[in-house]
Design a protein around this ligand. Sequence first.
Ligand code: ADP
Ligand code: MG
Length: 321
Amino acid sequence: MSLLSVENLHTHFISRDLDNRIRVFRALNGVSFTLDAGHVLGLVGETGAGKSLTATSLLGLLRPPAKVVAGRAMFAGQDLLAMDPDALNAMRGRDIGLVTQSPKSSLDPLSRIGDQLIRILRAHAKVSVAEARARAEKMLDSLGIPDPVARMRAWPHELSGGMAQRVLIALALMNAPRLLIADEPTTGLDVTVQAQILDLLRDLVRRTGVGAMIITHDLGVVAHYCDRMAVMYAGAIVEAGPVSAVFARPTHPYTANLIAATPERLRLGSARSIGGAPPNLLALPEGCAFRDRCPMAGADCATPPPAVALGAGHVVHCHRA
Ligand SMILES: Nc1ncnc2c1ncn2[C@@H]1O[C@H](COP(=O)(O)OP(=O)(O)O)[C@@H](O)[C@H]1O
Ligand SMILES: [Mg+2]
């Protein structure tokens, strides 16, 4: 059984226009994927595809007017989307670790690193301060942070971007979660630091059996560090499977185009390899969301694409598969 199983997640932004008519921005339109313990899943897609919103929807971190309107997300025998907010709150930080973009702004500027680590551990586990301190130092050490004892006394503003990102990972891992969600954990860091941190995350998954979801717009990150990948377009997964299978046989025209256009480390956010633009999510037509940009589109693409299994867990949502 999968550690996390997301089925048909729909998240909408619901507002009213000047004429008081209801407007529905369909940001997530049926996101489905699974993640197994001990695996790294890469959730990949262009900026605006709905990657971050997928994470915040699962973790109960949406703010109005965003609202989950349908779906199920089974984790540890419970549906995250139907849980009581307090229970989900307790689960976050204990069973599910979250590493966000921009580490500097995610750390509490008013507390020393060590205090933040001790606090998050003691919020969820009955341990003495001395024991928490010892565990925090060990965690910093295991994340390749030199001189952890001294570093415990550091303030967030004293850390480099790479160091701050490691501290954020340490915070996410203090309670030994079973699931780790990292949203663009290395975007904005230089390439060497990025590689060190992603190496570390992958080793951690192998060593501890935690299941990790890495959200990225960088296909190179997926190719190098992930076991499975899910390609997102206009709020839905268009293709998913083992990284080797998807790269060997990209089947959705969107995925095929992305991978063909990848010399080495294509940054999807700035890629302009496909003509046209993603559909207007305020007036999403029935059928395949990619059809206006798709060179292979036909009349049948105006109906919802079927899920086609290609073997070994490789699935594509396309009429042409
Ligand atoms: N607070 C918000 N209000 C309105 N629209 C939003 C808000 N946050 C995100 N969106 C929209 O939801 C879509 C998905 O955003 P996001 O999940 O952040 O994309 P990604 O992480 O893939 O770049 C985008 O079209 C974005 O404009
Ligand atoms: Mg994002």
